[in-house]
Design a protein around this ligand. Structure first.
Ligand SMILES: Nc1ncnc2c1ncn2[C@@H]1O[C@H](COP(=O)(O)OP(=O)(O)OP(=O)(O)O)[C@@H](O)[C@H]1O
Length: 266
């Protein structure tokens, strides 16, 4: 592949401009639990069909943000726009074990042809042969395929993925990346995916957002071909993201050590 096709652009959070095609828009968004402010003054836009990956160390507020976009968390009286049609895939597939696979996918579909729609979605994720299986007989990767089918059968404008492949082995994870990309190309929802995996972010994203203490501290836009070549050419970006993530850890670790020493002093 021609290396010139791959470009990474660092966007400073303050210079990110308003997008007329945004389907998600948060302005000065804040979320607290009691006295604990998790997200503060966050501005975010996601364009129609854009694939955004959210990276950040544990506790930085990624899931809180995703839950906000899913309408599962408090957005009362705040400037938050999200599309009415959205779907979430979590790390655990959250299938109902007492319903067959196709019924899990068809759940809540208000259609006479719900079974046909579920069948089509399951075929898309390579599980057309497991329509009548019980969820407990599926592997982790198969269960996540069903969760993806259940999300996509609703043709959401926004697909939210919360570490959907974290529990899968490396090879299955790579296959899931291919599947997600092919589904995304076909259906073109805006995607926001949370992950801890820098390589996964680079493999999938149009834009990587780095969150720390509920603030966007870095963004990288990727204009590139997809597939393994992209990851191979991404060494510089990988380094920058790891450095940013590592920097946060070192910074906070140093603060913890100082606090510990301060506490230990007489
Ligand atoms: N319902 C809640 N009540 C109180 N505190 C909460 C609640 N949900 C999240 N938090 C706190 O908010 C902070 C951010 O949590 P969040 O789950 O968003 O982080 P995260 O970046 O997704 O972490 P991880 O990568 O470990 O999943 C944490 O300190 C967490 O304890």
């Amino acid at each position: 592949m021609d290396a010139r096709l791959t470009q990474f652009t660092t966007i400073t959070p303050t210079t990110a401009s308003a997008r007329p095609d945004a389907v998600v828009r948060l302005r000065d968004f804040t979320r607290s639990f009691g006295a604990n402010t998790i997200i503060s003054g966050l501005d975010l836009e996601i364009a129609a069909g854009e694939f955004v990956v959210l990276l950040g160390r544990s506790g930085s507020g990624k899931t809180t943000l995703l839950r906000t976009l899913a309408g599962l968390d408090g957005t009362e009286e705040q400037d938050v726009t999200v599309p009415a049609s959205h779907a979430v895939v979590f790390q655990d597939a959250r299938l109902l074990p007492w319903k067959k696979v196709w019924r899990n996918v068809a759940l809540g579909l208000n259609k006479r042809d719900a079974r046909a729609a579920a069948e089509e979605a399951l075929q898309e994720v390579g599980l057309g042969h497991r329509l009548d299986a019980w969820p407990l007989t599926l592997s982790g990767g198969e269960a996540q395929r069903v969760a993806l089918a259940r999300a996509l059968v609703r043709e959401p404008q926004l697909l939210l993925l919360d570490e959907p492949f974290a529990a899968l082995d490396a090879l299955t994870r790579l296959r899931m990346h291919e599947l997600v990309l092919s589904l995304w190309h076909r259906h073109r929802p805006a995607v926001m995916m949370v992950t801890h995996d820098v390589d996964e972010a680079i493999a999938l994203a149009d834009r990587v957002i780095l969150l720390d203490h509920g603030r966007i501290v870095a963004q990288e836009r990727i204009t590139a071909a997809r597939g393994s070549e992209r990851a191979g050419l991404a060494a510089g970006l990988r380094h920058r993201l790891l450095e940013a993530l590592g920097g946060m850890v070192v910074e906070n670790h140093a603060a913890d050590v100082v606090a510990l020493h301060a506490g230990a002093r007489p």
